[in-house]
Design a protein around this ligand. Structure first.
Ligand code: SAM
Length: 257
């Protein structure tokens, strides 16, 4: 059976960050569900003239399912275009569970999350030599024990990408300052890769004022030394020497083929 239903990563904003596969599906779709505010319209410039567009937020999951069933019966293609990557802080479970219950074949097309876009804008890796080897996507929202749980996350001292929490920034900082030095760099990026992108860069002590000054109310909070840590050439030397030694040992043991 040829798949007719797709959940497609819409990427962070810049339409060129859509995957080739996602774009091909959009161009061939008969029905497209998308968020009018968070999907760049450029990615719809080659859609079929008969394609119907639906605002994702204007339909319940059951209404979406009904429309999908009708489309499948007509052998039409449906694309649900999500903000960033569908598998992070999205609501794809409401779709995937219904599709499975109804035995509707579907595919999820991964893509660029907003945290990928944000770290690319900073031109920094969240892990690396001399940095924590753990990067965490988290939020202060959506759990009754939100703050208690966030304490556990913060205690790991990892590099953090905090979603959906800019309006809770003061509570975020209140927790983080128990585990990270006040000089720890923090960046808040709103609408990364969109024309109206805003960036506030400071540290745990200064970020709240900087965000208020720019009137940023949503976006991603990045936290950690990775944001401005000086590159460590000594560690690099140790690392490359170790790797060279390992390669030479593999070569000597004839394991390079
Ligand atoms: C419902 S979540 C969706 C996350 C999405 N699935 C992703 O992979 O980026 C919405 C949150 O994602 C973050 N976000 C999404 N797009 C963003 C962008 N272009 N710039 C900054 N943050 C963004 C913000 O934290 C926002 O509150």
């Amino acid at each position: 059976m040829e798949t007719k239903v797709f959940i497609v990563a819409g990427g962070p904003g810049d339409a060129e960050l859509m995957t080739l596969k996602g774009q091909r599906i959009i161009d061939s779709a008969d029905l497209i569900f998308f968020s009018t505010r968070f999907t760049p319209q450029e990615m719809f410039s080659n859609t079929k003239s008969s394609c119907k567009f639906y605002d994702s937020f204007a339909y319940s999951y059951d209404e979406k399912l009904q429309l999908v069933k009708e489309a499948v019966s007509k052998k039409q293609i449906t694309a649900f275009v999500t903000m960033g990557d569908p598998c992070l802080y999205g609501m794809i479970g409401g779709l995937t569970d219904r599709f499975e219950n109804e035995q509707i074949d579907y595919e999820v097309i991964p893509g660029v999350s907003s945290f990928n876009a944000a770290t690319a804008l900073l031109k920094r890796g969240m892990t690396g030599l001399g940095l924590p080897n753990t990067a965490i996507c988290t939020t202060l929202r959506d759990r009754e024990d939100g703050e208690e749980y966030f304490n556990l996350v913060a205690a790991l001292g990892a590099s953090l990408a905090i979603f959906m929490s800019v309006e809770l920034l003061d509570r975020v900082i209140h927790v983080l300052k128990k585990y990270y030095p006040m000089t720890t760099p923090v960046v808040v990026i709103c609408r990364a890769t969109w024309q109206e992108q805003q960036i506030a860069q400071g540290n745990l002590l200064t970020i709240s004022d900087l965000v208020s000054e720019q009137k940023i109310t949503d976006g991603l909070i990045l936290v950690g030394e990775f944001i401005d840590k000086e590159y460590d050439y000594v560690l690099e030397k140790e690392f490359t020497e170790r790797k060279k030694k390992e390669a030479a040992e593999r070569e000597a043991a004839g394991k390079n083929k």
